[in-house]
Write a protein that binds this ligand. Structure first.
Ligand code: F6P
Length: 323
């Protein structure tokens, strides 16, 4: 392995820059050159890249987003397009790839390995924490902390006015952000795709706490919940209860911002091990975090297995502690 390419793919996640930095600095230590493909797989297809070295990744560890740019790249589902990208990468002199992204990105990466023998090391980066084989994905911790801080602000208003708030957090197919946010922010209830409280039961609990003098009420809704997001849930609850409410959609605020220390550490461990594995001749892997430590997991297992189920026991915990 003389020259590695690195790219970020799918939705950006805070901590991706820390992973790029770790990968580049590890490559430098091993005397391997490294290039950064721009805007995900699109840059790989078109041969758009920049040379990276240990100095070019200075001052990015604390920055959200990704300095390489990212994209969702549906063209990559086409085998012809993948073949073109491999021809391009060979002509760029690149022998192996570090792919930072979610399991959609890994599906494309695995196809490159299966069809063309490209050496691949994946690093899970998505705020959704929905990748099999790892306890944590880069960006999840930051997204949860961002949502919790936003809800702390909303709670001041809720407590002052008695208005009830429905806060929508990200996670199209995963309730992980919602579950963790709801417990950490002291929410009265939550609605997530994986576990559902009936609206009537939620209303009953809300009415009971209002009768007992509670003033601030936060209900966290995952964007992918089957009830239809925060506006739909608020309307349903509002039609049963005679209580003023507002809806706050946090949206992409959760994708940006400075990564937390935890995300930077996970990114550092994963980016470094991804490069070390490629240099030592191992590929077809993703770096997962298991028992708090970085480990190598077979990429084919990551892609073959269904999304991990988030810890739904947090739902009943939030309800029990709501007061
Ligand atoms: O990257 C994951 C994620 O942030 C999901 O939580 C969300 O549903 C989706 O991406 C939004 O993606 P986009 O910005 O492409 O609409």
């Amino acid at each position: 392995m003389k020259r590695i390419g690195i790219l970020t793919s799918g939705g950006d996640a805070p901590g991706m820059n820390a992973a790029i930095r770790a990968a580049v600095r590890t490559a430098t230590v091993h005397d391997v050159s490294i290039v950064g493909y721009l805007d995900g797989f699109s840059g790989l297809i078109e041969g758009k890249f920049q040379e990276l070295d240990d100095r070019s990744v200075g001052n990015i560890i604390q920055r959200g987003g990704t300095v390489l740019g990212t994209s969702r790249c549906p063209e990559f589902l086409d085998a012809e397009v993948r073949a073109k990208s491999v021809r391009q990468m060979r002509s760029d002199g690149v022998d192996g790839l570090v792919i930072i992204g979610g399991d959609g990105s890994f599906r494309g990466a695995l196809a490159l390995e299966a069809e063309h023998g490209v050496a691949i090391a994946g690093v899970p980066g998505t705020i959704d924490n929905d990748v099999w084989g790892t306890e944590e994905t880069i960006g999840f911790d930051t997204a949860v902390n961002t949502a919790v801080l936003a809800i702390d602000h909303v709670r001041d208003t809720s407590e002052s006015t008695g208005v009830m708030f429905f806060v929508e957090v990200m996670g199209r197919t995963s309730g992980a952000i919602a579950l963790h946010t709801a417990v950490a922010a002291g929410a009265a209830g939550m609605l997530v795709p994986e576990a559902h409280e009936q609206i009537e039961q939620l209303v009953e609990r809300l009415n009971h706490s209002i009768e007992r003098g509670k003033r601030s009420h936060i209900i966290v809704v995952a964007e992918g919940d089957e009830a239809g997001g925060a506006f739909a849930v608020a309307e349903k609850v509002g039609s049963i209860m005679n209580h003023p409410y507002r809806v706050v959609v946090l949206g992409h605020t959760q994708r940006g911002g400075q990564p937390t220390a935890r995300d930077r550490i996970v990114a550092g461990q994963s980016g470094a091990l991804a490069v070390r594995a490629l240099v030592e001749g191992r590929s077809g892997i993703m770096i997962g975090i298991q028992g708090g430590q970085p480990v190598e997991v077979a990429l084919k297992d990551v892609v073959a297995n269904v999304h991990p189920r988030p810890d739904t026991s947090l739902l009943s915990l939030a309800q029990e502690l709501a007061g």
